[in-house]
Design a protein around this ligand. Structure first.
Ligand code: PMV
Length: 356
């Protein structure tokens, strides 16, 4: 039996961490067990698409994770061995030496596992929430006083899911691979205020992806295109940084479309081949290019490891882009997102913060 916390009396810590969309993709790992990436990547932190994770310290001999109101998964359940969140919690406990048990309740504001980077926000929120609960911290400054500044939190989050490390900071975040796994680093290349953009996320499918990104990352090395990609990706990244600095959306858009197509070409030409595109994805990408050529759309696409499409545009055009997508594709589900500020930590769960 999982002893649920008395939510009125026991106030949890709440970690809220947004997802991020990679403009230059992390694809392939130099070292699988430590998520050391094959190349540098750069992402835009989002704001609407986020994970909200409440954590209570409990006096019981097991951890429990409740995912969006589903029955609790206990760490002593055999199914916990293959659960990514439970594995990460155990990893954090082993690395950091904390022994108190945790009760975790977590939910996303967006569909999971289909190319909207739920593992980035989810694993980052679990990292921040668990460490905050263990150290009794309820704001980022307290975490830092306990030795967990953003850099250390990012290094720990990365062990759960590589892309999670980019979600803690706001704006546009460059994850540098470094020359050793220990030399990896993160830097914010532009703030949300410098160049605010919108991301109209077109949800073509909510089905969980058939091929996990862990397996597909590993197989990248079998693609004949992968060496070509690795030889050119730094140059494209430099171009993206320049375009962000100069607030040049057309150049940025052109670079991110090539980047997304190149990553998917590597995926498709790997053995076994991984194809995340559906017919709907291809139709939407063709439509974006057609409409843009006609001068009727100012948006550029990128696609992660899933069928759903992210349309990057100026904030003032976001509702117009959404309307155009609906006119062309019917009543498709959309999330209109924006460049965001990164992680947040507070004390208070559902009863304390009203409804979210
Ligand atoms: O962090 P992972 O293992 O879920 O890999 C993320 C891979 C992409 O989302 C496709 C690209 C990226 O950089 O986020």
């Amino acid at each position: 039996m999982v002893e649920a916390p008395d939510k009125i009396r026991e106030v949890p810590v709440r970690a809220t961490v947004p997802s991020n969309i990679a403009l230059i993709k992390y694809w392939g790992k130099r070292n699988g067990s430590r998520n050391w990436p094959a190349n540098d990547s750069l992402s835009m932190t989002l704001t609407e698409a986020r994970t909200i994770t409440d954590v209570w310290v409990r006096d019981q001999p097991f951890d429990a994770i409740v995912w969006e109101g589903a029955p609790a998964l206990r760490s002593d359940d055999p199914r916990a061995a293959s659960d990514k969140a439970m594995q990460h919690l155990r990893r954090l406990r082993d690395l950091l030496g904390f022994d108190r048990s945790l009760h975790v309740e977590t939910r996303n504001t967006f569909p999971s596992d289909c190319g909207i980077a739920s593992s980035a926000s989810g694993l980052a929120a679990l990292t921040v929430g668990a460490i905050a609960a263990w150290t009794g911290s309820s704001e980022p400054a307290q975490l830092a006083e306990h030795g967990f500044d953003k850099e250390r939190l990012a290094a720990l989050a990365r062990l759960g899911s590589g892309s999670a490390c980019r979600s803690l900071h706001g704006g546009y975040v460059h994850w540098q691979a470094g020359v050793t796994p220990e030399a990896q680093s993160l830097s914010v290349v532009a703030s949300p205020e410098h160049f605010p953009l919108a991301n109209v996320i077109v949800i073509l499918s909510k089905s969980a992806k058939a091929i996990s990104s862990t397996a597909a990352h590993r197989d990248a090395w079998t693609s004949p295109l992968f060496p070509v990609r690795l030889a050119g990706v730094d140059r494209r990244l430099a171009g993206v940084k320049r375009a962000l600095e100069q607030k040049d959306l057309e150049t940025l858009g052109d670079l991110i479309e090539t980047e997304a197509l190149e990553m998917h070409a590597v995926m498709m030409s790997s053995k076994p081949s991984a194809c995340y595109f559906t017919e709907g994805t291809s139709q939407l990408l063709a439509w974006v290019r057609r409409e843009r050529q006609k001068g009727q759309l100012e948006a550029w696409f990128t696609v992660d490891a899933g069928p759903n499409v992210h349309l990057i545009t100026r904030p003032e055009y976001a509702s117009q882009v959404a309307r155009q997508v609906r006119e062309a594709f019917g009543d498709v589900e959309l999330i209109i997102d924006h460049t965001g500020r990164g992680m947040d930590l507070s004390r208070g769960g559902p009863q304390h913060h009203g409804c979210e």
